[in-house]
Design a protein around this ligand. Sequence first.
Ligand SMILES: [Fe+2]
Length: 385
Amino acid sequence: MGYTFMVPAKIISGENVIAELGKHIEGKGKKALIVTDSFMVKFGNVAKVEDALKKAGLPYVIFDGANSEPTDKIVEAGLGVYQQEGCDFIIALGGGSPMDTAKAIGFMSTVPVGTKISAFMHKNIDMEVPYLVAIPTTAGTGSEVTKNTIISDTENNVKMLLGGPSIIPALAVVDPTFTMTAPPKVTAATGIDALCHAIEAYTSRKAQPLTDTFALSAIAKIHQNLPLCYADGKNVKARFAMSLAALEAGIAFNNASVTIVHGMSRPIGALFHIAHGVSNAILLPACMEFAIEENTERFADIARIMGVAEENTPAKAAAEAFVKEVARFCQAVGIPTLAELGVEKEDFFAQLDKMAADALESGSPQNTMRVPSKDELIEIYKKLF
Ligand SMILES: [Fe+2]
């Protein structure tokens, strides 16, 4: 059996590499839509992109409505600007939300007016799309290299996971200077998101030798550098390591899929409006406790990478040490509990059935070596209180 491995056509990385954007997008389009959020404008990150475009003599228009949790409505608004302004390529700047929004605007710009984005659920999105540049400003989502976008269906309260080769950005720009503005809370949540991508990719049923390389490299970098970035956001060396780790983890899960944590996390995000990285982190220890049982060797590898098990530690003991370590690690970077976030136990328990059903519907939990039943997912959700 062979493997397929997909990455963007080009990745540029390094401190201030954004200044060179012009030469990399020469001939790719005549007018850009910059998809971002209002904070990126405020923090001066958009100005850096504007400077690069002005230097290259490329006109652009800014859509800054891609705030947290991209929805079908936000995509429609951005698409309206893209079409009215006569844009022909897209530059996404921000965390996962602007990137996911930009990806959706891209493929929705090619379909007949009136087509609902929900029509693309469970479809392989594989059409000609506008050239897409992705510039992450957090080290986490890996969205700059992935073939997926998550858009909320506002009618049905479901986070739709949409995907296909057309969605992979053509150019990923990994410039750690953009991540310097992320406050500790965001740094922690997005960094744990990247850690989940790498752990889930390495332990997925769809793992392959190439994804293993990227996943393990990402885990080592995140374990070492996330606490440094959390403690001191201005540590450029640690920030760059985290940006590369997020990219590596993105490449890993883009080709090996995510598993139980992401599967269970999306319903919490959709119903309780908790940031993606935070809900992943809240789920991580309980999900790993469940998952190690039928995959001890792989989890033992991760424990060794994290330095919490020796080469000769038996796999079962090493895997258990890994579970303890992820719980400690999440706490060390200040991840709150659901109760601390103001979620009422009663409200949460009232949604157990829907959350478990929606998690299974996404298909992600089934990539775990120990495939969970609906009842088992409910038991894991209950452990969060
Ligand atoms: Fe994620």
